[in-house]
Design a protein around this ligand. Structure first.
Ligand code: ATP
Length: 367
């Protein structure tokens, strides 16, 4: 068992608050990603869990036990950093065996566990190589294997894949997921890469400027972002966020997009979001893959715009649109030809429109 509770966890460096009153519940065997841009406090949070940094305020509990007086080396956590910390004077086998040997594990068992880990990490043919001869990708596999082999109940990984090339990153994502299933560990994973977080984590904690923005399953965070920051950070291309004015009232609304025209609100879910608005200034949100271009056969209220750029990306096409100052992207899930300068309408997708308060950035009428 290894659940982690962060209660009002705060870390200050002088005047800077790196982590602000963070409350987070990480269940036993859960895979949680701490996600956010550089400087948002992910590593500081991780270091406090590991016992490397001391919190300014708040508590860290493992299975309900306060960790305040438990030093890093007695917290039974495994830690993998972005810059693989391995012993370069030792072979792959010696690196993998290191943690087991210092724990006094019998030799036969060390040999058997090292062989199993080398197989899991697909390092069998490198097992007697000096680590100095390994590629960056292989070094990081050794670093992960070396920490995982001791089977810590809590495994902390800080951007472990960010130095690796793209193809290998995708491969390692799958391997990490297998590793977690095999060892049934509680994993906390720091990343600034939303794709990595979405593909790996059971739940994602999105952070900005030391403050938790949203905590939920990848689908929840993607489909129901709590605010403009999360809406913008999740997804590539990111959600279209189009400032507009809400007109009408009493359940009969329209969104005025200025040069993009006015779109009647016909969809029930969007109406509910309009009901929650306290002001006419709102931000309309729609994911590029949800917006449809009217000439493709989709009709209904939408935003009138001009095609400014077309990006053919293999099976998909990203169409850039402008309606005066307002910019949008539509991701067509097919190869699609359209002229630059063409006038189109971006049809509001029923059930998939978001609305945010223009002043606070908070989502309106979330389900
Ligand atoms: P990155 O991905 O760039 O590492 P991060 O989200 O992990 O970013 P942190 O490294 O936790 O962010 O840093 C949060 C803030 O705290 C940053 O503004 C950083 O400059 C600051 N900070 C971190 N460690 C220290 C320190 N030891 N002394 C002073 N400021 C620090």
């Amino acid at each position: 068992m290894a659940s982690i509770t962060l209660a009002s966890l705060t870390k200050r460096f002088g005047d800077l608050t790196a982590v602000a009153t963070l409350d987070l519940e990480i269940r036993d065997k859960e895979f949680v990603a701490l996600l956010g841009p550089s400087g948002c406090g992910k590593t500081t949070t991780m270091n406090m869990i590991a016992g490397i940094e001391t919190p300014s305020e708040g508590q860290i509990l493992f299975d309900g036990r306060d960790m305040r007086t438990v030093p890093a080396n007695r917290r039974k956590v495994g830690f993998v950093f972005q810059n693989y910390a391995i012993f370069t004077h030792l072979s792959v086998r010696e690196n993998l065996a290191f943690g087991l040997k210092v724990r006094g594990v019998p030799r036969a068992e060390v040999a058997q566990r090292v062989a199993a880990m080398a197989q899991l990490m697909r390092l069998e043919d490198r097992i007697d190589w000096p680590t100095a001869k390994l590629s960056v990708n292989e070094l990081q596999k050794v670093a992960i294997g070396r920490s995982a082999i001791t089977e810590p109940e809590i495994f902390l990984l800080d951007e472990p894949l960010s130095n690796l090339d793209a193809a290998f990153r995708a491969f390692m994502r799958t391997e990490l997921k297998h590793l977690q299933h095999q060892f049934q560990q509680t994993m906390v994973y720091v990343t600034h890469d939303q794709i990595e977080a979405m593909s790996l984590a059971d739940r994602i904690a999105v952070m900005d400027l030391g403050v938790l923005q949203q905590y939920g399953s990848p689908i929840e965070v993607y489909n129901e972002p709590r605010n403009v920051f999360v809406a913008n950070f999740m997804g590539s291309p990111s959600m279209n966020l189009v400032p507009c004015r809400l007109t009408g009232g009493d359940g009969s609304y329209a969104l005025d997009f200025g040069e993009g025209g006015s779109a009647a609100v016909e969809d029930g879910a969007l109406k509910r979001r309009c009901d929650a608005a306290r002001d006419a200034g709102v931000i309309f949100g729609a994911r590029p893959e949800d917006l449809e271009i009217e000439p493709t056969g989709h009709t209904g209220p939408g935003i009138e715009a001009t095609v400014t750029f077309v990006e053919p990306i293999g099976p998909r096409t990203i169409v850039h649109l402008a309606a005066g100052e307002r910019r949008m992207k539509i991701a067509e899930g097919k190869q699609y030809g359209i002229e630059l300068g063409a006038r189109v309408k971006a049809v509001l997708p029923p059930g998939k429109c978001h609305l945010f308060d223009a002043e606070t950035g908070e989502a309106l009428g979330r389900a």
